[in-house]
Design a protein around this ligand. Structure first.
Ligand code: NAI
Length: 461
């Protein structure tokens, strides 16, 4: 039986960041991860590989598209999908290898295998070389999530798959059907559309991107349609099966669709399989999440949980914040996550980014607000780079002017949203943001102008 101060089960963004922070604070830390590569879904089959493919496919479609307005004429562009996928794999290898180095630097003990809690303070690691018994004062569960599916759909790990398969199709599908118009569905649809696939997105709701600002989602839908994505909204998929070399998707009250591949992107569910929660009396909630209190402590003494497995926004950076807060709480007695200032980003072109409350949420909560908006078409830098779609929207409390939310669709929205998140973290008013000098010419000037617009005094509109 090997003893550590802290055992972390799961080496994704929640787990590995918690491990590093705990080591910085002087704990003897063990991190158990099933996969050879550290980094979890995010680094191996999520955020990072998808961003590599989004970047490669965007470059391909820009170069293949019309660059004549820039005075550039390009002939003979063709796709080498194998090389594009290899580049993505290289990016993933470099980053997962980087976490190995961080573990070594911080003297974190890494166990390769499946971790299962067997009793308070006790965890068994099952790996290829048998079982190892570990013991610790504290345990953090950071086992993440796995793709959800729908009744009537049996994933075959090939033609009917999840984002994992969609990150590695060996050829561009002739016709790809994507079920679900959330972040994963839209990002992967964008990649394969740019590479030449015909793409149909089937969405149960009558809108895309549930949870995001509805006006911005409507604007995004228009832009995506122009990019050649086909949408069927308000559409209930009742089954998917493979037939010969393709698949058939059955839809309630509409014609079935025949296609080459199906990507199921209808959300993710917590990963608690074989975790031994029953051995310490932890009961999951109705949706399978591990309930925690404000200190990220579960109902079992000394056992904590962070990241996707506890629910809330299933985002890598939310898991990281929780990992740090949990460890600081354990060691220092205090740690905190401000859930109001966690940004969410969809990395399509244009990007869509959001932090804080939406107009719908403010209206439902009966909070009076003022709104300022500024379109990128009136921003000099956006004009110069030729990406003028979209706008910035700032929402501020009507009485106090405190910023309550920011929503952006447009070039580099994912980077721009950080300014609003930082401002909100410091309790800024829209006037505070508007009075900050923004360099010219930058896309960030659109954030300043939207803040000015809250008070009806945008300068360039
Ligand atoms: P999601 O929950 O964001 O979207 C799923 C979509 O599927 C929803 O629009 C839902 O209405 C739709 N849907 C559900 N049942 C359906 C049915 N029977 N037929 C048709 N449509 C149906 O889930 P997604 O995109 O799979 O992502 C999973 C998680 O990972 C989310 O929490 C997401 O925020 C996170 N993620 C975040 C990314 C980012 O921040 N860029 C990228 C990828 C994932």
């Amino acid at each position: 039986m090997t003893k550590h101060n802290l055992i972390i089960i799961g080496g994704g963004p929640g787990g590995y960041v918690a491990a590093i922070r705990a080591a910085q604070l002087g704990l003897d830390v063990a991190c158990i991860e099933l996969d050879k590569a550290l980094g979890g879904t995010c680094l191996r089959v999520g955020c990072i590989p998808s961003k590599a493919l989004l970047e490669s496919s965007e470059q391909f479609s820009e170069i293949k598209g019309d660059l004549s307005s820039h005075g550039i004429v390009v002939d003979g562009v063709h796709l080498d999908l194998g090389a594009m996928l290899k580049n993505k794999d290289r990016v993933v290898r470099a980053l997962t290898g980087g976490i190995d180095s961080l573990f070594k630097k911080n003297k974190i003990t890494r166990y390769l295998g499946h971790g299962r809690i067997t009793a308070p303070g006790k965890v068994t690691v099952s790996g290829s070389e048998g079982e190892t018994e570990l013991t610790a004062d504290k345990i953090i569960i950071a086992t993440g999530s796995v793709p959800a599916t729908l009744p009537g759909i049996e994933l075959d790990g090939d033609r009917i798959g999840t984002s994992t398969e969609a990150l590695a199709y060996g050829e561009v599908p002739g016709h790809l059907v994507v079920i679900g118009a959330g972040a994963i569905g839209l990002e992967m649809a964008t990649v394969w559309r740019r590479l030449g696939a015909s793409v149909t997105i089937l969405e149960y709701l009558d809108r895309i991107l549930p949870g995001m600002d509805s006006a911005i989602a409507t604007e995004a839908l228009k832009i995506f349609k122009k990019q050649g994505l086909n949408f069927q909204l308000g559409c209930k998929v009742t089954g998917v099966k493979t037939d010969g070399k393709g698949c058939t998707v059955d839809i309630d009250g509409a014609d079935s669709i025949h296609c080459d591949r199906v990507l199921v992107a209808v959300g993710r569910k917590p990963n608690t399989a074989e975790l031994g929660l029953e051995s310490v009396g932890i009961e999951t909630d109705k949706r399978g999440f591990v309930p925690v209190d404000e200190h990220l402590a579960t109902s079992a003494e000394g056992i904590y949980a962070v990241g996707d497995v506890i629910g809330g926004a299933m985002l890598a950076h939310k898991a990281e914040e929780e990992g740090v807060a949990c460890v600081e709480g354990i060691v220092n007695g205090y740690g905190h996550v401000n859930y109001n200032t966690i940004p969410a980003i969809v990395y399509t072109a244009p990007e869509i980014a959001s932090v804080g409350q939406t107009e719908n949420e403010l209206t439902e909560a009966g909070i009076a607000y003022r709104k300022g908006e500024f379109p990128f078409i009136a921003n000099g830098r956006a004009r110069a780079i030729g990406h003028t779609d979209g706008r910035v929207k700032i929402l501020a409390d009507k009485k106090t002017d405190r910023i309550l939310g920011a929503h952006i669709i447009g070039p580099h929205a994912g980077d721009l949203i950080t300014e609003a998140a930082v401002a909100m973290e410091f309790g800024a008013s829209s006037e505070d943001l508007a009075r900050c000098c923004h360099a010219h010419p930058t896309l960030a000037e659109a954030v300043k102008e939207a803040s000015l617009a809250v008070d009806g005094r945008a300068l360039h509109m």
